[in-house]
Write a new protein. Structure first.
Length: 219
């Protein structure tokens, strides 16, 4: 009688290959958005057939990266909710949020160059919806408490701050800026209407916040 083939090692190997391909894609596409799938396969140390077995095309690979980014974003927000209480001053809450989100944006910044073209604006909006809602809520609370001046509606200001952070991440991508999130957080508070000296103090008190490596699949 033929013994059944043990499939668990094969599954583990497949999961390992998939994680390695995604990690390689994050790195290589961040360096060069035009990297081909064949080049990614070589960089990941797998044969072309293995990569295409997991991701039949570029769109499938980018969608997997988008889903991974969405999961990490939700995990980072959950971690932030545990750290920042509901009574936290709004400027400090916004600083915490930027510091917590910056590593996520830094890790997936190559999607900024690819997402709208390859995934579409609606998919990008879906990924960013939780973060956008959180920032808008912080700005609304800060407006009521007098922390942020009411010079723009919260949702509009939130969109403007997001655009600025995206621009800063693109500057990181080009090598023009190096930042652990501190400078971006200060700039965000100032753009929201917080005086510069207060912004620097709040960010210094908030301290750096990083996404745990274990929250990123394959790392």
């Amino acid at each position: 009688m033929t013994k059944p083939v043990a499939r668990e090692p094969q599954r583990r190997n497949a999961r390992s290959n998939r994680a390695r391909i995604l990690a390689t894609a994050r790195r290589e596409l961040g360096r060069n958005p035009d990297t081909t799938l064949e080049e990614l396969a070589r960089a990941a140390g797998v044969v072309r057939r293995t990569l295409f077995g997991h991701f039949p095309g570029r769109a499938a690979l980018l969608e997997a990266l988008a889903e991974e980014a969405s999961e990490v974003l939700r995990g980072a927000m959950a971690a932030g909710a545990d750290r920042v209480g509901p009574d936290e001053p709004a400027d400090r809450a916004l600083a915490h949020f930027v510091l917590l989100m910056w590593p996520v944006g830094d890790r997936y910044r190559m999607l900024l160059a690819l997402a709208r073209h390859d995934l579409g604006v609606e998919r990008v909006a879906e990924i960013l919806a939780p973060a956008r809602a959180e920032v808008t809520a912080i700005l609304e609370r800060g407006g009521r408490d007098g922390v942020f001046p009411a010079h723009l509606p919260p949702a509009v200001l939130s969109a403007g701050l997001e655009a600025m952070i995206v621009a800063l991440l693109e500057q990181v991508n080009t090598g023009a800026l190096r930042d652990d999130g501190t400078r971006a957080a200060v700039a965000t508070l100032i753009a929201a209407g917080v005086p510069q000296r207060r912004a620097r103090t709040v960010v210094a008190e908030a301290g750096p916040a990083a996404v745990p490596a274990e929250s990123v699949p394959g790392e």
